[in-house]
Design a protein. Structure first.
Length: 206
C-alpha cells in the first residue's frame, strides 16, 4: 500500500508542480479532526468555494491561503532538502518538517504527515496511533512557539527518531488497516481502500 501510493503521490507532486503540492497540503489540512472519508467531499467544496469553503474552519483557511501564496517556495525548499540530504535521515526529515510547520495549522504531527505523503521517512502519530499503541501524548505535542529554536528542533528530531523505529511504511500501512471500516470510515472497508483513497483525494481535480 505505502510503496504503491506514496510513489504515486511523489510523482504527482514532482510532475504536477506547485498546484499538485498545494493540493497535497490541502488534503493534510482537511484531515485535521475529520474522518478521512469526508475529505474528498471537502476537496470538492474547496474547488467550488475556494478559501471560503465551510470545511476550512478554524485556521484551515489560513493554512490553505499560506499554501497558495508560498507553495512555490515550500515545494522548492523541500526538493533542495531531498536533493542534498535524501529522504531518510533524521536531519533531512527534521528540516522538511520544520519547513512545513510554517504553514498555519500544521503542527509537528500533521507537518510530518505531509512529509510522509511526499516520501520522507517520518510519520503521522495521530490520536489513533497514540491510543492503540499507548504512546505518551507528550511525545507528539508540537513544540510551543515560545520554546527556544534549538530546543524545538531537538523535540522534532526526537519525534522523528520515534517514528523511524518502525519506519514510514509501517505507520502508513498499519494506520490504514486500523481505521478501515471504523465509524468514521465505513465505506473505506479495507486498508488497501483507505490507502488508495489518500491518492484519490490528493489528485482530486488535477
Amino acid at each position: 500500500m505505502y510503496s504503491r501510493d506514496v510513489r504515486e503521490i511523489k510523482s504527482f507532486v514532482r510532475w504536477g508542480g506547485t498546484d499538485a503540492f498545494v493540493n497535497t497540503g490541502l488534503f493534510v489540512l482537511l484531515t485535521i479532526q475529520a474522518g478521512l472519508s469526508t475529505v474528498k467531499g471537502s476537496m470538492e467544496k474547496v474547488s467550488i468555494d475556494g478559501v471560503k469553503a465551510n470545511c476550512l474552519w478554524g485556521k484551515k483557511d489560513e493554512g490553505y491561503k499560506y499554501l497558495i501564496k508560498h507553495g512555490d517556495y515550500l515545494r522548492s525548499e523541500m526538493y533542495k532538502i531531498a536533493d542534498a540530504k535524501g529522504y531518510n535521515s533524521v536531519e533531512a526529515c527534521a528540516d522538511v518538517v520544520e519547513l512545513f510547520m510554517q504553514v498555519p495549522n500544521l503542527g509537528m504531527v500533521k507537518a510530518s504527515f505531509l512529509a510522509q505523503c511526499l516520501g520522507f521517512n517520518v510519520a503521522c502519530i495521530d490520536g489513533h496511533n497514540v491510543k492503540r499503541l499507548g504512546i505518551n501524548p507528550n511525545l507528539v505535542k508540537t513544540p510551543p512557539k515560545a520554546m527556544k529554536p534549538e530546543t524545538a528542533r531537538r523535540k522534532v528530531e526526537e519525534y522523528i527518531v520515534l517514528t523511524q523505529r518502525s519506519g514510514s511504511k509501517y505507520w502508513w500501512n498499519t494506520w490504514c488497516e486500523y481505521v478501515a471500516g471504523n465509524k468514521a470510515n465505513r465505506k473505506l472497508t479495507t486498508g488497501n481502500v483507505v490507502s488508495k483513497f489518500h491518492v484519490e483525494c490528493i489528485t482530486y481535480g488535477r
